[in-house]
Design a protein around this ligand. Structure first.
Ligand code: GLC
Length: 615
């Protein structure tokens, strides 16, 4: 989609209209390129069964590092870094060195087919120390700005490619319908049309980046399909409650609510789709032949590659691994994220082919798709990607866009003349664990899979940002974590409390009653007693019960999981930027009688689209 189309979509979105995708708006990726098809055919005809199955196998870094010779010996087609699987030291250069070493092995195989390296750069290249970390998708949903999201996707692709990585398992196009889900923040919204518009923005930005040699980062629409529609208590994973659960919907509703973003992104030219751990009406997505083969590949015409989720083939219910693998491959999965089970996967699949349970035609279709995508992104002509712009990772220019993104993603829920701050020689008090904690400010999928606590990566916390931004004559007092009493006795003009969720990813964030912590509410009361105006800033991956905060705070700001550039928040508090964010999810009063979307009128605290706009 061109930038002018993005501008138009932003105007429509900001005016509350969400445009339908224009039919046939496909790009290069969606049309067969005869030259590529000829190369794929020629290569496929030379390949042994072992080489074909190797291409269908994706191994994680920690596993392949135990037997690096397997890259060559087993013709491994792809390696990934799971969340937090970083080289040591965790620097952009050592990432580039690591991926180069793996690729060197792959290109020394008989046919020299390059491997494709994947990572979850879901809010910037979050695994890499020093990369810029953008707001998670829930915040970008509040921005309503596909043009901004396109810029973010392009920067993310540049930082990913700069570390020699070719594949980003992003964007998640989840239409998240239950705020108890630990992956709500990975979705842009509860609203399908908003998810469509912003996912298209991301994809156009991702596809607009090319390396010096014209190569592209492979994007992934995930998790196919209906991952955001699961119900509480239905998880197939005993560790979780709703993540990896069941989506009980009619086909009509599945098609109306969850399928449209895939149709859009296929038209945009997305080249990979990741299958969801979840099930639809109790049928596992990882073996759903109708939805993968007939709908995604047939009806929607998807000719890229379908990848499983992490061990998703093995984690289904079922008699044994052979039957699970047989069902998944025959259902249309092309590449298996086999992780530490890769040797089993390879030997089981080979036996399934030799015994006719998986036809060679299915193997050839899978490998054809994998080779096609590798040609299309430019991997054969440019297997290393870095082309020397590692120093751009975390650059000031990239951080400037993240700062803008934070300003546009925060939502002003309540304001009794508290923000923006004004006047001379003001006295500020800043409190709350989240006020000076990069880990809480970034959330999950940052440096580590589950995120972290404290100074996990460079950037500006809210406190840092306020300290460098306040006008001359103003003072800031920071009530540090663990410090019980506020110094002195006089009154502050503005008391700011940051209440933060502890970081989490995936099902570890599944929660029956997401709510502000009692200690944060007690701190809010303490700060209120010493402030003329009290401002509550919430760092969370979803709307949470605010309990009595409404009676304590003069202003309430949903900042979501904003990322490394805290200046984006101080810009708002000090009036350098206006509040423009709008809720991408309905904000309930309570989770006591909450059953997911839609939230009943009498349980709605702030409706979808709410957000006080300032000048
Ligand atoms: C995870 C997630 C998926 C991610 C993959 C690789 O379990 O479900 O979103 O891309 O594994 O990290």
């Amino acid at each position: 989609m061109s930038v002018s189309a993005l501008k138009m979509s932003r105007l429509l979105i900001m005016s509350g209209f969400y445009f339908m995708s224009s039919p046939g708006s496909g790009s290069a990726g969606g049309k067969p390129n005869l030259d590529v098809e000829k190369k794929v055919d020629s290569l496929l005809n030379q390949m042994s069964l072992d080489e074909k199955i190797g291409q269908m196998t994706q191994v994680n870094k920690l596993s392949i590092d135990k037997n690096p010779q397997h890259i060559k010996e087993l013709y491994i087609g792809s390696i990934l870094s799971g969340g937090g699987e970083s080289p040591r030291p965790n620097t952009p250069q050592s990432w580039a060195d690591m991926t180069r070493a793996y690729q060197q092995q792959a290109t020394e195989t008989r046919l020299g087919i390059p491997l494709i390296y994947g990572v979850d750069a879901v809010h910037g290249h979050g695994n890499v120390y020093g990369a810029v970390v953008f707001p998670h998708n829930i915040g970008l949903g509040a921005s309503r700005d596909p043009e901004l999201i396109a810029k973010i996707a392009k920067i993310t692709s540049k930082e990913v490619a700069a570390t020699g990585i070719h594949w980003n398992f992003s964007p998640a196009v989840s239409v998240a319908r239950n705020l108890r889900w630990g992956r709500t923040y990975e979705g842009y919204s509860e609203n399908t049309e908003l998810v469509r518009a912003l996912s298209k923005g991301y994809t156009s930005g991702l596809l607009s980046f090319t390396t010096e040699k014209g190569s592209r980062v492979l994007g992934t629409a995930k998790h196919f399909v209906g991952d955001g529609g699961t119900v509480w208590g239905s998880s197939h994973n005993s560790q979780f409650k709703i993540d990896q659960g069941d989506t009980p919907l009619s086909e009509q509703d599945l098609r109306t609510i969850h399928l449209p973003p895939y149709k859009d992104l296929i038209e945009e030219g997305i080249q990979s789709v990741m299958v969801s751990y979840s099930s639809w009406n109790q049928e596992f997505m990882h073996r759903h032949g109708y939805l993968i083969q007939d709908v995604l590949k047939g009806e929607l015409g998807f000719d890229g590659l379908v990848v499983s989720d992490w061990l998703g083939v093995f984690w289904q219910d079922g008699e044994n691994d052979a039957i699970k693998i047989e069902n998944s491959i025959n259902a249309g999965i092309d590449m298996v994220m086999a992780v530490d089970r890769y040797a089993d996967f390879i030997s089981i699949l080979k036996n399934l082919v030799l015994t006719g349970r998986v036809p060679m035609s299915r193997i050839d279709d899978a490998v054809r798709r994998i080779l096609r995508v590798k040609y299309r992104v430019g991997l054969f002509s440019d297997p290393y990607y870095t082309s020397g712009f590692t120093e751009e990772v975390g650059s000031a220019a990239h951080r400037k866009v993240a700062r803008e993104a934070i300003s546009k993603s925060a939502v002003l829920l309540k304001n009794n003349n508290a923000v923006p701050f004004s006047g001379k020689n003001r006295r500020l008090l800043v409190a709350g664990k989240g006020a000076n904690n990069m880990g809480l400010q970034c959330g999950g999928w940052t440096i580590n899979w589950q995120g972290g606590d404290g100074d996990i990566t460079p950037g500006d916390t809210l406190l840092n940002a306020m300290q460098v931004s306040i006008p001359n004559g103003w003072t800031i007092n920071h009530l540090a974590e663990g410090q019980k009493e506020i110094d002195g006795t006089d009154l502050y003009d503005y008391g700011v409390v940051v209440a933060a969720e502890d970081p989490y990813a995936e099902g570890f964030g599944d929660k029956l009653q997401p709510q502000l912590k009692d200690e944060d509410l007690a701190l809010l009361a303490q700060v209120k007693a010493r402030s003329k105006k009290t401002i509550l800033i919430i760092y969370s991956g979803r709307p949470v019960e605010i309990k009595n905060a409404d009676s304590l705070a003069d202003a309430i700001i949903a900042a979501w999981l904003p990322g490394t550039e805290g200046l984006g928040l101080s810009d708002l508090l000090l009036g350098f930027k206006p509040f423009t964010g709008k809720l991408p999810y309905t904000w309930p009063k309570s989770f006591a009688n909450y059953e997911g979307y839609p939230v009943s009128q009498d349980n709605t605290l702030f409706p979808f689209g709410h957000g006080i706009q300032t000048q």
